[in-house]
Structure formats: structure tokens, C-alpha cells
Write a protein that binds this ligand. Structure first.
Ligand SMILES: NC(=O)c1ccc[n+]([C@@H]2O[C@H](COP(=O)([O-])OP(=O)(O)OC[C@H]3O[C@@H](n4cnc5c(N)ncnc54)[C@H](O)[C@@H]3O)[C@@H](O)[C@H]2O)c1
Ligand SMILES: O=C(O)C(=O)C[C@@H](O)[C@H](O)[C@H](O)COP(=O)(O)O
Ligand SMILES: [Zn+2]
Length: 356
């Protein structure tokens, strides 16, 4: 087990990573919440069926209330957000209550936003169950989607702790492993060339990751995330670098219809696009073809789905949270490990999308 310290300006907390760490949650609750009144576990249908029986018995003394959201992006809607708040009110949660987010990034984002808005904010704990959630469970970005854009309605609300029990990842599908691993590759590309080289030389089959490879990838990713959120919790500067691949990635997710394309797989296409732009605009010397061959070997799609329109993708990118005054800002790389925020014109971007 490793405990990684996350230090933001509003809160310091730990991410406990390892097989079986869920067994520590009860003690953590007893030690950190005197007068704890109620626990609400928010999960989704898939995780609920697969894993709730491994969590609830550990918390029996609290008799937790359970809210089950639909699986995947369907959890991040206004309707589900409203339903979760209704359950919190009906179950008489109060400011001495705690919400447990038990699932992947969608459940984490939903639960965190419920916690941020219920009675203007109550504590929550992340119990992530996907590879992707090494990213989403850390750093306090919580949100739901709007048809006009991804994660458009949300808050910054840090968890009290993260219990990342790697035993629970064994049931992930190949596609969800791939989706999550894209954020690991992102963390390497924006921060650490050695980590990137290690991934590229060591990882050739995401279906047969060893527990050492998985542990190393997730803990290094979490530490890199901490490097950015510890210096810029509310994204006024360098935190935006964590958005590498997301400007186009989010536009693809939104244009495909939320949930029809996984987050990580869309971000991978966005990263390839941003790497090509980096070569062209910033003179990065990066073997994009070699990278594309590697990620294809890992099973990623590397092209924008053909039926999506460049104009509509551009319109979505203009609404990205990094945009100001309607101009699109992209995270590009000057070198691997050296990101830069770059404004790009609409015409240039349209041309690049059409030639991608
Ligand atoms: N807040 C952040 O900083 C941040 C960072 C990255 C991504 N995100 C968000 O996270 C979401 C994507 O995360 P995700 O891929 O973890 O999402 P997810 O919660 O949708 O999980 C993906 C799928 O895997 C299933 N699943 C979860 N755990 C499982 C397990 N252990 N075994 C089998 N199936 C399991 C889920 O039911 C779902 O169908 C997106 O909405 C994205 O925008 C947020
Ligand atoms: O934590 C961050 O900051 C990130 O950008 C991490 C991203 O992987 C994540 O997908 C995030 O939710 C995107 O944020 P958004 O502000 O572009 O919605
Ligand atoms: Zn992401």
C-alpha cells in the first residue's frame, strides 16, 4: 500500500493505493468524523452489482443509504444529479454526513458535485474503481455534462481522502482499461519523458498488465497530477496542462453523444491531434507515426470518427473552458514534459482537422 499526499491550497489529503485498501475506510471515518450522522454511497448499476457487497459490510455500523446511478456518462445528467440530491434530502443527510463515491470517473464527478452543492457543501470520499479514476478521483474537479458541452456545470470540491483499491479493477473491460490508460499516457507526455519512454518500451498489451506495471503507472500518474493541482488548484494557470488532448477529445465525446465514445479513447485522438499541431506550430520533434503505431498496437482508434463535421467540432472547441472571447486555446508540447498553452485560429484548426 502507498499513501500519496495531495496538497492543494484548500485541502491536504491522502490517496491510499493498493490491494484491499477499502478495509481502512471504516477506521478513517471513525477517526476523522466525530458525530458522523449518515453515509450516502453513490455508485452505478455496474459497480453496484459487481462490488457493493465488498464495501457495504465494512460499513454496517453506519447503515449507509445507497443511491445507484445509471452506468457511464448517463450518471452525469441534471436528472440524475437531482435524483441523488432528493435521496440525500429524503434520507436526512446533514452537514455532519459524508458521501462516498464508489465507481469510476462518472460516479466520482457526479458524487463530488452532489457533495459540493448539498447544503452548500458536505464532505465526500472517493473510492475509485477504474484505471481512469487515478486522474478523476484526485484534484477536486467535479461536474455534470450539458448537451452544449462536457463538464460545463460543476465545482472544485476536494475529497477528504481517496481509497484506491486495486482489487476492484480486475473486472474492468478491455475498453475501460484502454480508456483509463490514455490518461496515464497523458500524464507521462505532459510531465516526464522518462516515464513516457518506460511506458512505450514496457507496455504492449493492456489486457495483460502486470500488477507491478499497473501500480507503477497509477502511482506515477497520481503524483504527476498532484504536481499540477498543488500549484494551481482552480486552474488559473498550469493546471490547464492536464487538459492535454481534451479540447478535441471533449468535442468528440459531445458530438458522438455522451457515453458513445469513452473519455480516454476520445482524449487519445485529441492527444495525437495535439502532438501533430505541436510539431507544426512549436517545432516539437516528435515521432508521431511511431506513437500512433504504438497506441494502435494497444487498441486505440487514432482518427476522428468520419461522420463528425469539422465545423461542429470547432464550434464545440470554442466553448471549451480554456477559451476566452471565443478563441480556442490548445495545450501543445514544446518538448515531451514541457507543455504550453497556445491560441490557434479557427481557419488553421479547420484545415488541420480536415487534413487529420
Ligand atoms: N474530475 C476529473 O478530474 C476527471 C478526470 C478525468 C476524467 N473525468 C471524467 O471521468 C469520466 C470517465 O471516467 P471512467 O471511465 O472511470 O468513467 P465511468 O464511471 O463511466 O466508468 C466507465 C464504465 O466502467 C464501469 N465500471 C466502473 N468500474 C468498474 C469495475 N471495477 N469493473 C467493471 N466495470 C466498471 C462503469 O459502470 C462504466 O460503465 C468522464 O465523465 C470524464 O469526463 C473527470
Ligand atoms: O484535473 C484536471 O484539471 C483535468 O483537466 C483532468 C482531465 O483529465 C479531466 O478530464 C477533467 O475533467 C477535464 O476538465 P475540464 O475542466 O476540461 O472539464
Ligand atoms: Zn480527462
Amino acid at each position: 500500500m502507498e499513501a500519496i499526499q495531495i496538497q492543494t491550497s484548500s485541502k491536504q489529503y491522502e490517496v491510499f493505493v493498493g490491494e484491499g485498501v477499502r478495509s481502512e475506510i471504516n477506521t478513517f471515518l471513525s477517526n476523522h468524523f466525530t458525530n458522523l450522522t449518515r453515509i450516502l454511497i453513490i455508485t452505478d448499476e455496474t459497480v453496484g452489482k459487481l462490488h457493493l457487497d465488498k464495501l457495504v459490510p465494512l460499513l454496517s455500523e453506519w447503515n449507509p443509504v445507497i443511491f445507484t446511478a445509471p452506468s457511464g456518462e448517463k450518471a452525469k445528467t441534471f436528472e440524475v444529479f437531482y435524483d441523488a440530491l432528493s435521496v440525500a434530502l429524503e434520507s436526512r443527510l446533514d452537514r455532519k454526513s459524508v458521501i462516498l463515491a464508489f465507481g469510476g470517473g462518472a460516479v466520482g464527478d457526479l458524487s463530488g458535485f452532489v457533495a459540493a452543492s448539498f447544503m452548500r457543501g458536505i464532505p465526500f470520499i472517493q473510492i475509485p474503481t477504474t484505471i481512469l479514476a487515478h486522474d478523476s478521483a484526485v484534484g477536486g474537479k467535479v461536474a455534470i455534462n450539458h448537451p452544449l458541452g462536457k463538464n460545463m456545470i460543476g465545482a472544485f470540491h476536494q475529497p477528504e481522502a481517496v481509497f484506491y483499491d486495486l482489487e476492484l479493477l480486475n473486472t474492468l473491460s478491455k475498453q475501460e482499461i484502454r480508456s483509463g490508460f490514455a490518461e496515464v499516457i497523458k500524464h507521462a507526455l505532459i510531465y516526464n519523458p522518462n516515464f513516457y519512454q518506460w511506458l512505450k518500451s514496457d507496455i504492449h498489451d493492456l489486457g495483460s498488465l502486470s500488477s507491478e506495471q499497473l501500480f507503477e503507472s497509477l502511482t506515477r500518474g497520481i503524483k504527476i497530477k498532484n504536481e499540477f493541482v498543488s500549484k494551481d488548484e482552480k486552474e488559473t494557470g498550469i493546471r490547464a496542462y492536464l487538459n492535454f488532448g481534451h479540447t478535441l477529445g471533449h468535442a468528440i465525446e459531445s458530438e458522438m453523444g455522451y457515453g458513445n465514445f469513452t473519455h480516454g479513447e476520445a482524449v487519445m485522438i485529441g492527444m495525437i491531434f495535439a502532438l501533430k499541431l505541436s510539431n507544426e506550430v512549436l517545432g516539437l520533434s516528435f515521432e508521431t507515426e511511431e506513437f500512433v503505431n504504438w497506441v494502435q498496437e494497444l487498441g486505440y482508434q487514432t482518427k476522428i470518427p468520419v461522420h463528425l463535421s469539422a465545423e461542429r467540432l470547432l464550434a464545440k472547441m470554442k466553448q471549451d473552458k480554456k477559451s476566452a472571447g471565443g478563441s480556442v486555446k490548445f495545450v501543445l508540447l514544446e518538448q515531451v514534459g514541457k507543455p504550453k498553452l497556445q491560441e490557434l485560429s479557427d481557419d488553421f484548426l479547420l484545415g488541420q482537422i480536415n487534413n487529420f
